[in-house]
Design a protein around this ligand. Structure first.
Ligand code: NAI
Length: 506
């Protein structure tokens, strides 16, 4: 399907944060853009904000003045709906209210030609519900940009029950033409990103509630071991706890209170206290002048007399860490075994979703120290470890000293199942697998959405594959047993992969 020709005008309704950004994107792609807002002066202000942002690029020599002038010529603030009549694509980015959006869509249907595509940038309202009263519901499609629209690559193209294939395909191709990374999703609560991302926040909030460690340490682990741009607490401080909590609550209620989406009391408390994050100076962290972000808890230089690393069997996903450790001047001995590492008194193993204490008892191995997952063990600057209640102080010291030899900062956290990154990745993959099973989007579109929409270092399903076809399923099963909660029930596709001995991409 061909994208909309650049000679076809585009209309954007609502000139707020999203509408102005979308107008900029369409204008930069070469379309004439009509920008309308019901608030007097708002459309002109939206155009001015585009001018201000891009003027800085011109001043830095990153954009030609002539290109900016031409772009601003193409963006035309208008005051009345009838001035949009020529548009071939109308994108609404007005207030998030079903009735107000429906009323606008009815007015647009009365005004626009039969071939005009109507798109909604809604982030939470069902496209199917929005189209229900339309005369031609097949022409309505979701075109969900991310904030700020000119910078964020992802566009979720949302198909409602009645949306025609051609309309969805044309909008998909158009988003691609505009330099975006489009994905297609069905109209389900949270679409892809706002649904699949819930565990990223939920698991860390739960770990915080369980006194596993403090927020600064969890953020540092998520960044420095997980490879995510921001930790969950600094990110929700940026998003605003009111907004993030509202999205979680809306997804939770839309899925009939499925405990997988359970909101956090810790975050509720912040919202109730008015600690909304950066925007009002206090969230998990303080942003008032002079305040400093707390340092993550890091094990001080640990003492150990050991100089030999014993690798027992296949270390699996820990193999790159073993290579990194082997390059630190240690003697390395390989022998058969269950895929664990021994260093001094310590026995180290990758978490499988059980608490270290439980696994130490099951494997009759008192000095067990579990290592968390890292996105890339060759580069991780921090790793979380958790030790069994039975482990000796020397074993913990030996384990820390081993990792420190490779320049890795160690965060020794309380013994909780799945540590931090492993349970985050496992629960993200679980949600992604369920979304794939339910036909929300394809496996590759789900992964692409999480990378392009949220800058995740890897899509959850490809990440799950990289850990082997059964590990994520095993971690979830252990989490489910540890908590006795439905929240961690493994998705059917993960279970199927395990028995088929294959991954999502293989
Ligand atoms: P905003 O409040 O910044 O802007 C909305 C604009 O729409 C306002 O200027 C308002 O005057 C105007 N407006 C309201 N009703 C109107 C009507 N009937 N006709 C014409 N103009 C009208 O809101 P924002 O953040 O730009 O959000 C707009 C839409 O985009 C919402 O549906 C929201 O859910 C969605 N969205 C928001 C994202 C965000 O991060 N802010 C991300 C993705 C989607």
């Amino acid at each position: 399907m061909q994208p909309l020709a650049t000679s076809v005008p585009v209309a954007v309704i609502g000139a707020g944060a999203m509408g102005s950004g979308i107008a900029q994107v369409a204008g930069q792609a070469g379309h004439q853009v009509f920008l309308l807002d019901q608030r007097e002066g708002a459309a002109e202000a939206g155009r001015q904000s585009i001018a201000n942002i891009l003027q800085r690029r011109v001043d830095k020599g990153k954009m030609e003045q002539a290109d900016l002038d031409a772009l601003l010529d193409r963006i035309k603030p208008v005051n009345e709906l009838k001035e949009l009549a020529e548009a071939g694509l109308v994108i609404e980015a007005i207030v998030e209210d079903l009735d107000i959006k429906r009323s606008l869509l009815a007015d647009l249907e009365a005004l626009c030609g039969d071939n005009t595509i109507l798109a909604t940038n809604t982030s939470s309202i069902s496209v199917t519900a929005l189209s229900a009263e339309m005369q031609h519901p097949e022409r309505l499609v979701g075109m969900h940009f991310f904030n700020p629209a000119p910078l964020m690559a992802l566009v979720e193209v949302i198909k409602g029950l009645a949306t025609s294939d051609d309309v969805a395909k044309c909008v998909y191709a158009t988003a691609g033409q505009w330099g975006k990374k489009p994905v297609t999703a069905t109209s389900t609560p949270g679409f892809i990103v706002n649904r699949v991302a819930r565990p990223f926040y939920a698991e860390s909030l739960r770990l915080l509630q369980e006194q596993t460690t403090d927020s600064a340490t969890l953020d540092a682990i998520v960044r420095e071991a997980g490879g995510f741009r921001m930790g969950p607490f600094e990110l929700t401080d940026l998003i605003g706890h009111d907004v993030n909590y509202a999205v979680t609550t809306s997804v939770f209620n839309s899925y009939y209170q499925d405990t997988r989406f359970l909101p956090s009391l810790v975050q509720k408390e912040l919202v109730e206290a008015g600690r909304l994050g950066r925007k009002n100076g206090q969230g998990f962290y303080s942003y008032t002048e002079g305040s400093q972000k707390p340092e993550p808890a890091t094990v001080a230089s640990a003492s150990s007399e050991a100089d030999t690393l014993i690798v027992e069997g296949n270390p699996g996903p820990l193999a790159p860490l073993v290579t990194r450790l082997s390059e630190c001047g240690l003697n390395v001995i390989e022998r058969d075994g269950p895929g664990r590492l021994q260093f001094g008194d310590a026995v180290l193993a990758l978490t499988d979703g059980r608490m270290a204490t439980e696994r130490a008892a099951a494997e009759a191995c008192n000095n067990l120290v579990l290592v968390d997952l890292a996105f890339d063990y060759t580069k991780a600057s921090r790793l979380a470890i958790a030790s069994a209640e039975q482990a000796s102080a020397q074993a913990v010291s030996d384990a820390s000293a081993l990792l420190q030899k490779a320049g890795i900062a160690v965060s020794h956290i309380a013994d909780r199942p799945g540590l931090v990154i492993m349970r985050t990745v496992a629960t993200l993959a679980n949600e992604a697998a369920d979304a794939a099973l339910h036909g929300v989007a394809t496996v590759s579109d789900i992964d692409l959405a999480m990378k392009a929409g949220l800058n995740y270092p890897e899509g959850p399903l490809r990440w799950s594959d990289s850990l082997g076809f059964s590990l994520v399923h095993q971690v979830l099963t252990h989490l489910q047993q540890s908590y006795g909660e439905d929240r961690y029930r493994p998705a059917l596709l993960l279970r199927k992969n395990r028995f088929a001995e294959k991954g999502f991409y293989s």
